[in-house]
Design a protein around this ligand. Structure first.
Ligand code: 13P
Length: 251
């Protein structure tokens, strides 16, 4: 049942972060040290920093994740990174199918599903992203787009334990714009229904995150929406003081 789902607040650093940024997860771990959290917290830095982010958060329950992986186990794929490499660096999860990957790298639903499978194969949780563009929303196609992304991007074998779905309307990412509570309610209810179609009973307890311009100022309102089981945070996850302001929705 929805009310038993433990939320997840995950930070996607995107292509930001070098040694100088390690002070932020260190600070975050310190801030959360004596806090009893009602959610899981994860940081997804660039792959180059996963091991070091884990090191500065040592002793805390904060997890680390990757931002993408290749569908293959290994091989001649210059510049790519495998799920196993992320796991070896200390990740427990990997984001797949982020809209920036779908746009910049022409990733299709089928490619996203293959990446999610690769993650599962090595025991990583796949955080599978979906979401409509502004044109699709204006055209009244949002729910239809979500249905087809869910059917195409969620492979067989997904469970509530190995899969998280992130609803990120493309037009809300990095723009300061967010859907209304009514729009999020409708989208998340639709995703919940469709998940049951592709995942069976597991769909009812799978976490559905909202992502797109989540800030300390709107987090409490967004996280209170039915079927919103946490957040995938971009810009506001880079600074510990901002990220904790979002996590506080669950303290
Ligand atoms: P912002 O929080 O910066 O809008 O980014 C959202 C996002 O794309 C997280 O994956």
């Amino acid at each position: 049942m929805a009310h038993t789902i433990k939320p997840l607040v995950a930070g996607n650093w995107k292509m930001n972060g070098t040694t100088a940024n390690l002070k932020e997860p260190r600070l975050l771990a310190g801030m959360l040290r004596d806090v009893k959290l009602k959610c899981d917290v994860m940081v997804c830095p660039p792959a180059t920093l996963i091991r070091r982010v884990k090191a500065v958060m040592r002793g805390s329950k904060i997890k680390a994740g990757g931002q993408d992986c290749h569908a293959a186990v290994s091989g001649a794929h210059t510049g790519d990174i495998s799920a196993d490499m992320l796991k070896d660096a200390g990740a427990t999860a990997v984001i797949v199918g982020h809209s920036e990957r779908r746009t910049n790298h022409k990733e299709t639903d089928a490619m996203v599903a293959a990446k999610a499978l690769a993650a599962h194969k090595v025991g990583l949780t796949a955080i599978i992203c979906i979401g409509e563009t502004l044109d699709e929303r204006k055209g009244g196609k949002t729910l239809e787009v979500l249905t087809s992304q869910i059917k195409g991007s969620i492979p067989a074998g997904c469970t509530a334990a190995n899969t998280v779905v992130a609803y990120e309307p493309v037009w809300a990412i990095g723009t300061g714009l967010t859907p209304t509570v009514a729009e999020i309610t409708e989208a998340h209810a639709h995703i919940r229904k469709e998940l049951s179609g592709v995942m069976g009973a597991e769909g009812a307890s799978t976490r559905i995150l909202y992502g797109g311009s989540v800030k300390p100022t709107n987090a409490a309102e967004l996280m209170a929406v039915a079927n919103v089981n946490g957040a995938l945070v971009g810009g506001a996850s880079l600074k510990a003081v901002d990220f904790i302001g979002i996590i506080k929705a669950y303290i």
